[in-house]
Design a protein around this ligand. Structure first.
Ligand code: AMP
Length: 385
């Protein structure tokens, strides 16, 4: 069989690649392989979750020219699994190969200042914020936003890293110093009732679909569980869907994108963050949706029509962090006693506290039932006789 393309559609067994080699890259590769593509990765080493399952690996940094050259030689189309891929590198690649999402989409979400300006420009509701690049701007932020507020570094923050809570005005200078006085966004404190997210898939032709809104619960700033559809009522669900689709359209993103929201007690949705890639809160789509978020990423990348984002059944996902290993090897057979529970492990060898090692998903007639089942399965993992 030889790979080919027709009318902008890349046919299997063409070579597709992902930049970044964690679990998101791994699940993209597995979805691509299921459709008959050869799937590769640009990875820092060969022992990574994505490289373990890839058909081929280019070892190197994502901004290293010789690694990029090899990638362009081997891949017909390239996607990413994290937003901080070098924009110049993607621009360089895009002159040679299909690259989705494009560098501009990533550029906006790589930096919280740019992201906030983008949301403001497009009238998409978000938390009140101020830029903090100088001591004067810090003083203005504290005056305008009041306290408490959260200082977040403009770039390279994730899972709560690069953030400090400023409880009152007196703490502000030290808080900014603890972040190295780098460019930051100061965000007003949002008294949210819940956190939620919508994953959107958008094709090169501009057609888009959105998965039902997921309810997300964080522990220590790391996603712990996602449940979908979130029990938020039809109006909030619709508003979240419309806001997420508006973000994808305004960014002109091709591929998969996740919009995270704060849901306030009075039912308002505020965008917290945009991730221009599949998202942890969308992992449950592997079992619960017609086409998973990774299937959609492959379809959008290869110019295929998108699949349906409808859920076949309500679902819940619980992350398995390294903490689960603290008392020894988890009892996998115990978790899987419930036939509605599925196990995903990412092939990481060292279980560290807070490190995402895998996840469990459960399906049920109701989202609440799915959550109860998946949490019970997780508890059984660490039960001792
Ligand atoms: P982020 O990295 O921006 O997603 O923030 C990580 C977590 O910190 C969020 O999931 C929230 O639980 C919390 N958080 C972030 N920003 C705010 C805010 N403005 N008000 C209240 N909590 C926040």
């Amino acid at each position: 069989m030889t790979a080919g393309s027709r009318d902008g559609v890349l046919y299997p067994p063409a070579s597709v690649a992902v930049v970044g080699s964690g679990q998101l890259g791994r699940m993209f590769i597995q979805a691509a392989q299921a459709m008959g593509y050869r799937a590769g990765v640009l990875s820092a080493t060969t022992e990574t979750p994505a490289a373990q399952v890839a058909d081929w690996t280019v070892v190197g940094r994502h901004d290293d020219l010789s690694a990029l050259r090899q990638l362009a030689e081997k891949a017909d189309a390239v996607t990413v699994e994290f937003e901080n891929v070098s924009a110049p590198a993607l621009r360089w690649l895009a002159k040679r190969r299909i690259v989705r999402p494009g560098w501009r989409t990533l550029w906006t979400s790589q930096n919280r200042l740019r992201e906030k300006r983008f949301l403001a420009r497009h009238g998409i509701p978000h938390a009140p914020w101020c830029p903090v690049r100088t001591a004067d701007e810090l003083a203005t932020a504290v005056r305008d936003l009041g306290s408490p507020l959260i200082l977040k570094t403009a770039s390279s923050g994730y899972d709560g890293k690069g953030q400090v809570l400023v409880k009152d005005e007196a703490e502000a200078a030290d808080a900014w110093a603890s972040l190295g006085r780098v460019a930051c966004v100061a965000e007003g404190w949002v008294e949210f009732a819940a956190e939620a997210s919508v994953v959107v898939a958008r094709g090169a032709d501009g057609r888009a679909g959105a998965f039902p809104i997921a309810l997300n619960h964080h522990e220590r700033h790391i996603l712990a569980t996602s449940t979908a559809p979130a029990p938020v009522g039809p109006i909030v669900a619709l508003e979240a869907r419309e806001a997420a689709l508006a973000v994808a359209q305004a960014l002109d993103s091709v591929g998969v994108l996740c919009v995270e929201f704060f849901l306030t007690a009075d039912g308002r949705l505020l965008v917290n963050e945009i991730a221009p890639r599949p998202h942890n809160s969308g992992h449950l789509t592997i079992e619960s949706a017609h086409a998973s978020q990774f299937d959609q990423q492959v379809r959008a990348l290869c110019g295929l029509p998108l699949g349906s984002c409808d859920l076949v059944r309500p679902a819940a996902m619980v992350n398995l962090l390294g903490d689960v290993w603290s008392g020894g090897e988890p009892r996998w057979e115990r978790a899987l006693e419930d036939p509605a529970v599925k196990l995903h492990l990412y092939g990481k060898h060292t279980p560290k506290v807070g490190r995402k090692m895998g996840h469990l998903t459960a399906l049920d007639e109701t989202p609440e039932g799915a959550l109860a089942r998946v949490l019970a399965a997780k508890r059984r993992l660490t039960e001792r006789d």
